[in-house]
Design a protein around this ligand. Structure first.
Ligand code: PLP
Length: 719
């Protein structure tokens, strides 16, 4: 079917009649297909657990005798054949939504650029929500048959691993990650040679090699500068995600944008639409202008062609959140380049400016705004905030006419659903519930789920989380990484019967992880109530350079160590996608306390809702449009102009009130058989209203209908 399969290494000892397990382990389709996951798990459940669900490692490490045993087990072999049949049918891609609506494309026509992709724990090239969104976007594009390719970075050291010292401080550890243990293979050009590119940037000539990751039907290409042709400085360019200084970051962005376009040409891929997920990849617009100018267009013609075929998604609601590079760095790396675009230095630098930011550096978001005709924010509220923020860019235009749309984020349901919940939906909503995730009507059937079964599954997922937490602590204690005093702070005293509130995300200060601790006496009364106890589970990394964020972690960890809080507060170390799944499936309430209006969208609350975990959140980002008064709890924020301290006091007060008067009483209000009917009523309302609206099926369809199809129209057919 495709020649690159030849590059898949086959682990030795793999029996002939199970040989395609190797191929299956190299396509991330397995990661969102329950049967494929179960197939790998059955090979060796213990090894599956200890490899953090990594089938590539599992196949390398499993005992040959075990594989022989399975090769002779008719039940396993039959299951294997059934999964492989589904895999083959999936890859053929007959009858997908995109195919039915737009015809079956012969080659990829949408290039999706992102600095990070969160696909699976075994590929640590993401830091948080932006990357997870990109990963979910690719998976859904695959499911819907959208002809998309992803372009990103292979960071040989990935994002940092978090360690918490006994004193409660975050330490960042970088470890080279082993590609042999990930589904990452060299990408080949159409003539079958390894794909390599060279980018001249100022005084540097940087070579890079390209890797590929199969995500169902689509391919993600990753640029890697760690090649022998480069000097040590250039080799290290792509070493870490968000790990370098401003100059390294600029070089990374040149590689992603300009190198990314060159890489596509090397691979023989000629997309009609270029989608920049956040401003990091916005240099792609320049490279495409350069191509058109080289073919004889004037700068104005080239720039209009590029504008019409570029989609830009902005993710930050504050100007300071955008990359701005000083002019001396732009001179260092772009001297000689702007002439090729048909521009003078001044004209070139103006591309990275807004009328109001003259002379303040080269702003990547401004570049993207200038050269993309199709721009969107990631929630309705964020679209509105972005229109206000960028109003100066369109002088004289009324705010509501500013051409920035919104496509609210979503999550890839098969990735984030808990296995038991998925089975429950299969039974009561329909076996193909996930394929029809965005259909409102099917979700009405949530009311058919008997309370007793829903509660049993919810409790089961909570016990799985507690088991995960305990095993983590045990492993840390055994290998000497945790002292015994830290074991409690890692959540070993948590009780599966108690109301459990989860808070896990990047520790950026605007997310206010410590808001709940602002009145300690009041919190203690909530946690320590013998009849109606409450417990809190925290997780998340702060960017190593974010001192206030690191301080927040220190504060939370100190509370976990405080015996007066009775082991009811836990901080889990090294938050990643794997842990996120346990958390969003296992807690009762998902808490989010961003300072309004700084949460552009947020997605973790959507993952929680899909699993029947109720949101309690400031009405910001996605929750402002998701909350309906009956499907969770909303904290109405004060206007952003209010003094920050006043906002914090107000939001904390409202949060305590909700917990004391609504959340805790509802959870502990039980029938004679112990079922919390009122609670489950809200769980059902939450699933019914949120699952269809905030899934990637709705989101990617929105992107295709309101952005990609508009962008593709006016591009010359030769591209
Ligand atoms: C979903 C997810 C995020 C995003 O969380 P928000 O609360 O939306 O910011 C970050 N990190 C991981 C590992 C996730 O799975």
């Amino acid at each position: 079917m495709n020649t690159v399969d030849n590059a898949n290494p086959i682990p030795k000892h793999l029996p002939q009649n199970l040989i395609r397990l190797a191929e299956l382990s190299q396509n991330l389709w397995w990661s969102w297909t329950l049967e494929a996951r179960q197939l790998f798990e059955q090979i060796d459940p213990t090894l599956w657990y200890f490899t953090h669900h990594n089938p590539v490692r599992l196949l390398q490490e499993v005992k040959p005798e075990r594989l022989q045993e399975l090769a002779h087990d008719p039940v396993f072999v039959r299951f294997y054949s059934a999964v492989m049949k589904r895999f083959d049918e999936y890859r053929l891609g007959n009858g997908t939504w995109y195919g039915k609506t737009y015809g079956h494309p012969k080659s990829p026509s949408i290039a999706y650029f992102s600095a990070e992709f969160g696909l699976h724990t075994s590929i640590p090239i993401y830091s948080g929500g932006l990357g997870i969104l990109a990963g979910d976007h690719c998976k859904e594009a695959s499911d819907l048959g959208v002809p998309l390719v992803g372009i990103g970075f292979m960071y040989p050291q990935g994002y940092f691993r978090q360690r918490i010292t006994p004193e409660g401080w975050q330490e960042a550890a970088y470890a080279p990650f082993n590609r042999e243990e990930s589904p990452i293979r060299p990408a080949l050009t159409p003539s079958g040679t390894p794909c390599k590119i060279t980018v001249v940037m100022g005084h540097r000539t940087v070579a890079a090699q390209v890797w590929r990751v199969e995500v169902g039907r689509i391919v993600l290409y990753l640029i890697d500068t760690d090649v022998p042709e480069n000097n040590p400085e250039n080799r290290a360019l792509s070493a870490r995600l968000y790990g370098g200084d401003q100059e390294i970051r600029l070089c990374q962005e040149i590689l992603l944008g300009i190198g990314g376009v060159r890489m596509l040409r090397e691979l023989g891929i000629n997309p009609t639409v270029f989608h920049a997920n956040e401003g990091h990849s916005a240099f792609l617009t320049l490279e495409r202008i350069r191509e058109f100018v080289q073919k004889g267009s004037t700068h104005a013609e080239a720039s209009e062609l590029v504008r019409q075929s570029t989609v830009f998604t902005t993710h930050t609601p504050v100007p300071a959140g955008h990359d701005v590079f000083p002019y001396y760095l732009m001179d260092r790396y772009f001297t000689g380049y702007w002439e090729q675009l048909g521009l003078s230095r001044e004209e070139f630098l103006r591309l990275g400016e807004t009328p109001e930011s003259r002379g303040q550096g080269f702003n990547m978001t401004a570049l993207a705004m200038n050269l993309a005709a199709h721009v969107n924010g990631v929630s309705r509220e964020h679209g509105r905030v972005s229109r206000e923020m960028w109003q100066h860019h369109w002088p004289g235009l009324a705010t509501d006419l500013i051409p920035i749309k919104s496509v609210t984020n979503g999550i890839h349901a098969p990735t984030w659903i808990g296995p038991d919940m998925s089975q429950l939906y299969g039974k009561f909503i329909g076996p193909d519930w996930a394929e029809r995730c965005d259909e409102q009507t099917q979700w009405q059937r949530v009311s058919d789920i008997p309370d007793s079964q829903l509660w049993a599954v919810r409790q089961h997922m909570k016990r799985r989380l507690m088991g995960f937490i305990r095993e983590r602590a045990r492993t840390g204690w055994i290998n000497g990484h945790l002292q015994s005093s830290q074991v409690i702070a890692r959540g070993t005293l948590l009780d599966p019967e108690a109301l459990t509130i989860g808070f896990a995300r990047r520790f950026a200060t605007y997310k206010r992880a410590t808001l709940l601790f602002s009145d300690l006496e009041r919190l203690k009364r909530l946690l320590q109530n013998h009849w109606r106890p409450v417990q809190l589970v925290f997780a998340g990394k702060a960017h190593p350079a974010d001192e206030p964020g690191r301080y927040f972690i220190h504060e939370v960890v100190n509370f976990c160590n405080d015996h007066k809080l009775g082991g009811h507060v836990a901080f889990l170390e090294d938050y990643d996608m794997h842990m996120a799944k346990f958390l969003v499936q296992g807690v009762d309430v998902w808490l989010n306390t961003p300072r309004f209006p700084l949460e552009a969208s947020g997605t973790s609350g959507m993952k929680a809702a899909l699993n029947g975990v109720i949101n309690c959140s400031v009405l910001d980002g996605w929750w402002k449009e998701g909350y309906n008064g009956a499907n969770g709890w909303g904290i109405d924020p004060l206007p952003p102009s209010t003094d920050q301290h006043e906002q914090d006091v107000h939001d904390a007060e409202e949060l305590y009130r909700l917990l004391e008067q609504e959340i805790v009483p509802l959870y502990y209000q039980r029938d004679l058989d112990g079922t919390p009917r009122g609670w489950l009523q809200m769980v059902k309302e939450c699933i019914r209203t949120i699952a269809p609206q905030f899934c990637t099926k709705r989101m990617v369809k929105d992107y295709v209908e309101t952005m990609y199809s508009k962008a593709a129209v006016r591009t010359p057919s030769s591209w």
